[in-house]
Each structure stands twice: as C-alpha cells, then as structure tokens.
Design a protein around this ligand. Structure first.
Ligand code: HEM
Length: 131
C-alpha cells in the first residue's frame, strides 16, 4: 500500500525530515532528525520548530514564516540554505536545509529536509589549519 511505502521511506531516510504547520509547530519528525537533534518524537511534536535552532533565528523564525505567508516571497523554499541546528544538549551543528511548501488535504504544511554537514565542516576546518 502507498501510505505504508511512504512511511517506510521516511522512517528509513538517511536525512532528517521534519514537517511543521503554518504556525511553525512540529507535526512529525523522522528517526534521523531525532538522532541529529537528540530528542524523542514526543518531546518535540507540537512544539515550535524554533526550539531546534540557536538565536537569533529562534526569535525570528515565526516572522520568517509569516513573511513568506504574506508576501509569497521565498528565501529558503526551493533554494536551500546552510544553517545551524541546536541539539538538546546545547551543542550546535551545521546542516543543509531544504524546505518545501506542501498543500496537504486543504491546508498548508512545510517539510524540512536536513542533511548533516558536521563531517564535511570538520574536514574543512582541518584543511584550513594546514593552509
Ligand atoms: C525561513 C532558519 C529550520 C521552515 C527561514 C529563514 C531562516 C531560517 C534564516 C529566513 C531566510 C531569510 O529570510 O533570508 C532556520 C534554521 C533552522 C530552520 C536556523 C534550524 C533548525 C526549519 C525547518 C523548517 C523551516 C526544519 C520546516 C520544517 C521555514 C519556512 C521559512 C523559513 C517555511 C519561510 C519560507 C522561506 O523563507 O523560504 N528559516 N530554519 N525551517 N524556514 Fe527555517
């Protein structure tokens, strides 16, 4: 069945996948994203996605979403961005964020795809030490 297949794909994806509603509240999070941010699903579902990012983004993120909803002008959707995530233990990590805008049963949700860049960044920093 289609829904079961989709669920299996999302559950086993290497990248983190998070969906939020139009207010920024987390509706779903896959195991990869839980591992990256060190949370169990029940700790973050219903919370604002901004808990997963450091300041100043944490404070501004609702405005970013509102601005997109009022102007229709995307800054990350369909483009992507390298951003910083905040883990439960307070440490930060870089990742590539892709966001898409999804019309799902008559309402809008956003899906975020999270590709960890920690290893690449570490290698880059090591190279810079020798440069
Ligand atoms: C917009 C940061 C995670 C959904 C933005 C913008 C920033 C940002 C800086 C505005 C860009 C600009 O105006 O130039 C972050 C950071 C994240 C994060 C640091 C780290 C956790 C997410 C996730 C989702 C998401 C996981 C979706 C599930 C959105 C949406 C917008 C937005 C819908 C507005 C549309 C747009 O600007 O294209 N975010 N974000 N964000 N973000 Fe995030």
């Amino acid at each position: 069945e289609n829904a079961a297949l989709l669920k299996a794909i999302i559950e086993n994806a290497i990248d983190g996948i998070i969906t939020i509603d139009e207010r920024g509240n987390i509706e779903s999070i896959n195991p990869s994203a839980c591992k990256l941010f060190q949370y169990d699903p029940q700790e973050v579902i219903g919370k604002n996605v901004s808990i997963l990012m450091p300041q100043p983004y944490r404070q501004e993120h609702d405005h970013y979403i509102n601005r997109y909803q009022t102007t229709g002008k995307a800054h990350i959707i369909g483009i992507g961005r390298e951003v910083t995530g905040l883990r439960k233990d307070g440490t930060q990590f870089p990742f590539r964020l892709g966001v898409s805008d999804v019309n799902f049963s008559g309402r809008k949700i956003y899906t975020g795809f999270i590709h960890d860049l920690s290893r690449e960044k570490e290698a880059e920093d090591k190279l810079k030490e020798y440069a």
